[in-house]
Design a protein around this ligand. Structure first.
Ligand SMILES: C[S@@+](CC[C@H](N)C(=O)[O-])C[C@H]1O[C@@H](n2cnc3c(N)ncnc32)[C@H](O)[C@@H]1O
Length: 275
């Protein structure tokens, strides 16, 4: 019989510290009800009757695979294709113009590396891939790669499946839908092979360094909004390390990194460039 109501302030604090250490996400005091509700569902799943017991078993690794479900339960995974459309117009326009100009001047080879950090279920990755597919005529002989990473394995599994409901595709024009997606039953839409080709997905925590060649452009949007200054400092340091000299960082409208810039120069409201 479950008689759980809400986390006590002490229990909330223990979970808050654990979440912060795992993800960099800072839960402010107003989130106690939300967090209680989300954790209560995990307790029911395991027929555990107290928050304490769940905390002990979760943090001591005595619930195999549970950390993954816990992180899924407490993170926000909302995303859709071409979210904040201006960022993709910049990517398919001025960014590629600049890259091509640098390549023509002999300052860049024909590799193009893009990283979608905290990509959730993959819509951001495939939106970038669609931009590149549509610019293919301008990139003869180029080898683009788009790396999608997230802390959540279940989001990455959805990203690898690449099948989306109509509500994820509201910003996709009918022409793009017809060209880049295959229709499936139940109004689901599968990303076509040509768009998937440069895309790769793997798990990565933004609080850790990325093990990959330096990137020309990183999209890291709508995730640092959940971080406090301390975790933003760590994440931005790793992001800057992952960027090639002259590479660009694109952030979401509320990600607020103006006070943790390090080696970055602000180019516009959403755009930063490494020296
Ligand atoms: C709201 S989604 C953003 C998706 C996409 N970037 C967009 O803007 O539409 C936030 C994602 O950040 C991921 N996330 C949270 N903390 C993370 C961390 N420390 N490292 C990597 N990903 C993280 C979550 O799993 C979630 O999928």
């Amino acid at each position: 019989m479950f008689e759980l109501t809400k986390l006590t302030p002490e229990q909330f604090e223990r979970f808050r510290v654990f979440i912060f250490r795992q993800t960099g996400i800072h839960m402010h005091d107003g989130k106690i009800t939300l967090l209680s509700n989300r954790i209560r569902r995990r307790l029911k799943e395991h027929s555990i009757e107290s928050f304490e017991e769940y905390y002990e078993r979760l943090t001591k690794g005595r619930l195999p695979g549970e950390l993954e479900h816990f992180l899924d339960a407490i993170t926000t995974n909302e995303t859709h294709f071409f979210r904040t459309g201006g960022h993709f117009e910049w990517f398919g326009g001025p960014f590629l113009d600049d890259l091509l100009a640098r390549a023509a001047a002999g300052h860049h080879d024909r590799t193009l590396r893009v990283w979608s950090a905290a990509c959730s279920s993959g819509e951001e990755v495939y939106s970038l891939a669609i931009c590149l597919a549509e610019a293919a005529g301008r990139l003869p002989g180029w080898r683009p790669t788009i790396l999608g990473t997230d802390i959540s394995e279940s989001m990455l599994a959805a990203a690898r499946r690449g099948v989306y409901p109509r509500r994820s595709l509201e910003q996709v024009s009918p022409e793009r839908l017809a060209r880049h997606f295959a229709s499936q039953p139940d109004d689901l839409w599968e990303v076509k092979a040509a768009v998937r080709r440069p895309c790769e997905f793997r798990r990565h925590n933004l609080l850790e360094p990325l093990s990959a060649p330096r990137q020309d452009c990183i999209f890291v949007r709508n995730v640092m909004i959940y971080f406090n200054r301390e975790s933003k400092v760590v994440a931005v340091r790793h992001l800057v390390d992952a960027l090639a000299p002259g590479g660009y960082l694109v952030v979401g409208p509320a990600d607020g990194i103006h006070d943790v810039l390090g080696d970055l120069t602000k180019r516009s409201t959403f755009l930063y460039q490494k020296a």
